[in-house]
Every structure is written in structure tokens, then in C-alpha cells.
Design a protein around this ligand. Structure first.
Ligand SMILES: *Cc1c(COP(=O)(O)O)cnc(C)c1O
Length: 351
């Protein structure tokens, strides 16, 4: 099959008017990987699939929304886009802006961006502004700026982002020939859970699928405003992509949860890192720490009575592990250094 990105493939479901305005990096069509090794370790009888969004051009699902947001900005004749970011939005905005010829301005919390993501924004030529504050404060600033100046906001408050991101649930349904019974994913600013739910409902309403999944989101325990029912002033977690204390799509996430009969829970950093390492070591899939919240949540709910036996589960792995090599190296056993003798290599290798 020829693949030219989500706007080309799902054009009739998306808001861009003319194909000539499409700005695409051939995003989407990411792998849906059956996780048989993980299935075998579960108490429940489940079919588990991983939607590996790290395979997108800039290494996260943000590309699905950004192609629509930037194409719409082109269609409207805009000159610049702006976003606040924990890293991946800025990487994606910078790449799509580079492709389109628009300028990108990205505002990020100083020292809290994984290095891979920062390097992307810099390489794609965005104007990178670091603030001595957190993501929530950066978002308030770009909202004010985009109100007063001729720049288009490309955070997930921009509905075009949500439109593009819903294509992940289309792909899953097209691939499986049905919607899953449960869809698990990390929740940060809560745009993605909103987008997936919108996509599943649209496919259901158009008769493409005959069921709706229970939307099952997970926040990091140190930044779990939706679970705890209150804003978190100083969110903390190793999973920087979901280090958000006041999610922009808070109510929409609650609606997705409640309409679908799902849940939003929280997982500790230890649980996150355990799932992150298990995915890499037993399934060969390297995602970034925040992404593993979905599978950490799967492990957490396994053996409770949350899942019906025999269910089909899809877990979104939102971004690529190479984005944040520091956490990977810190949480792994360090390589041993030996002299230049074969016997020493053999000893370390256990041969
Ligand atoms: C953006 C992002 C999230 C959080 O998605 P929201 O739509 O903000 O809930 C999770 N993981 C990764 C890797 C991300 O880039």
C-alpha cells in the first residue's frame, strides 16, 4: 500500500480543505505489535497489542496532530506557529514548520526536556525559548502570546491537533478489523485520550466498527491531577512527557473515561521504569519512559477484575526510547570494561 501520511489516507475524516495544502512527513501507519511475551506473564487471559508511535518521523504521536495543525496554518496563510512543550510537541512542530517554510517558536521548561527532543527542535531551526518554570507555566505564556500576536498555537488545545491524533484509533481499527475492548495510554495534557476516543466514536458512528473500547488512561503518581481531582503545583516524575499538573483537556479526558466506562489511574515511577525495561527486554520495543505508563497500567490492573477475560487490549507507546537515553542508561546495568584479552571478554559474556 502506498502511504503518504494521515491527511492523505484519511482525508475525508479531517478538516484540511485542499490536498495542495497538506504538509506531511508521511507520519502515521505505525506498527501494531502483538506482545506475546508480555501476554504470557499476565494472570488475565488477554490479547495485547502495542501501537508503537515511536515509529513516526519525529519519534512520537505528535506528528499525527502536527501535520493537520500545520497544514491548516498553511491553508489560512499563517506565518508562524508557537507551542509550549515537554519536548515532543516542540520536536514535531519544528519539523513540520521546517517542511512548510513557517517559523516555529517553542517554549520549554529549562532542564526538563529529554536531550533527544531538545536536539530535534534545535536542528529543525525552531526559535527555542527556555523558561525558568514548568510546562503548565509555559502553556499559559504561549496562550497569552498567541492571543495577542499573529502566531498559531499548535498545542493540543488547537482542535486540529486532536483531529489528526484520532487517526491512530482508525489505524488500530482498520488493522484489527474491529475496535479493541480496552485502550490503554499515558495521560499528560490529556489531548491524546480525547483524540483516541473521538476517533473510536467516529468509526463506530460511521459503521466501520461495532464496539467502543473502554478508555483506560494512566498518569504518573507524582503528577496525577485527574486521578486526585486537584491541580499539582510542582509535578514530578521521571516521565517528563507527562509531567503536567494542570491538563488542558482535563474535562474531555474525564468525559472519555466516563462515556466509555473506562478509568484513569496512576502508576509510580518504579512501575513505569519496570514496564519500560520489560518492553525493551522482552518485546524488543524501546519506548520512552512516559510511553510505558500504558503497559505499567496493564500490569497494575492485571489480576484485578478490571479486564474481561479474552479481551483485546491495545496500548499506545507514545514515543521512541532514543528520545531520552539518559533514563535508559541510568536504569540499566552498566557495561563492564575489561582489558584486551579474549578470556576476560568470555568471562563477562558468561561463555
Ligand atoms: C505528549 C506525550 C504524552 C502525553 O500526551 P497528552 O496528549 O498530553 O496526554 C505522552 N507520552 C509522550 C511520549 C508524549 O510525547
Amino acid at each position: 500500500m502506498e502511504w503518504n501520511g494521515v491527511l492523505d489516507h484519511y482525508f475525508n475524516y479531517l478538516p484540511v480543505k485542499e490536498r495542495k495544502n497538506i504538509v506531511s512527513l508521511s507520519e502515521g501507519n505505525s506498527p501494531l505489535i502483538r506482545a506475546r511475551n508480555i501476554e504470557e506473564t499476565l494472570n488475565d487471559d488477554l490479547k495485547v497489542y502495542l501501537k508503537y508511535e515511536g515509529a513516526n518521523p519525529t519519534g512520537s504521536f505528535k506528528d499525527r496532530g502536527m501535520t493537520v495543525a500545520v497544514s491548516k496554518a498553511v491553508e489560512k496563510g499563517e506565518k508562524a506557529v508557537i507551542c509550549a512543550s515537554t519536548g515532543n510537541t516542540s520536536a514535531s512542530a519544528a519539523a513540520f514548520a521546517a517542511k512548510s517554510g513557517l517559523e516555529a517558536i517553542v517554549v520549554i521548561p529549562e532542564g526538563k526536556i529529554a536531550f533527544g527532543k531538545l536536539s530535534q527542535a534545535m536542528m529543525h531551526g525552531a526559535k527555542v525559548v527556555q523558561i525558568k518554570g514548568n510546562f503548565d507555566e509555559a502553556l499559559e505564556m504561549v496562550l497569552e502570546i498567541s492571543d495577542d500576536y499573529p502566531v498559531t498555537l499548535v498545542n493540543s488545545l488547537n482542535p486540529n491537533r486532536i483531529e489528526g491524533q484520532k487517526t491512530a484509533s482508525f489505524e488500530i481499527s482498520d488493522f484489527l478489523g474491529r475496535a479493541p475492548d480496552y485502550h490503554l495510554l499515558p495521560v499528560g495534557n490529556a489531548g491524546n485520550i480525547t483524540a483516541y476516543w473521538k476517533g473510536y466514536k467516529e468509526y463506530y458512528d460511521s459503521g466501520k466498527t461495532g464496539r467502543l473500547p473502554k478508555m483506560t488512561g494512566f498518569q504518573a503518581a507524582g503528577s496525577s491531577p485527574i486521578v486526585d481531582g486537584k491541580k499539582v503545583e510542582n509535578p514530578e516524575t521521571v516521565a517528563t512527557a507527562i509531567r503536567i499538573g494542570n491538563p488542558a483537556s482535563w474535562e474531555k479526558a474525564e468525559r472519555a473515561r466516563d462515556e466509555s466506562g473506562g478509568m484513569i489511574g496512576k502508576v509510580t515511577d518504579d512501575e513505569l521504569v519496570n514496564a519500560y525495561r520489560t518492553l525493551a527486554a522482552s518485546e524488543g520495543v524501546f519506548c520512552e519512559p512516559a510511553s510505558a505508563a500504558s503497559v505499567a497500567g496493564l500490569f497494575k490492573m492485571d489480576g484485578t477484575d478490571y479486564f474481561d477475560q479474552g479481551s483485546v487490549i491495545t496500548c499506545t507507546l507514545t514515543g521512541h526510547g532514543l528520545k531520552d537515553p539518559d533514563v535508559a542508561i541510568e536504569s540499566s546495568e552498566q557495561p563492564k570494561t575489561v582489558g584486551k584479552s579474549v578470556s576476560e571478554v568470555l568471562e563477562v559474556a558468561g561463555l
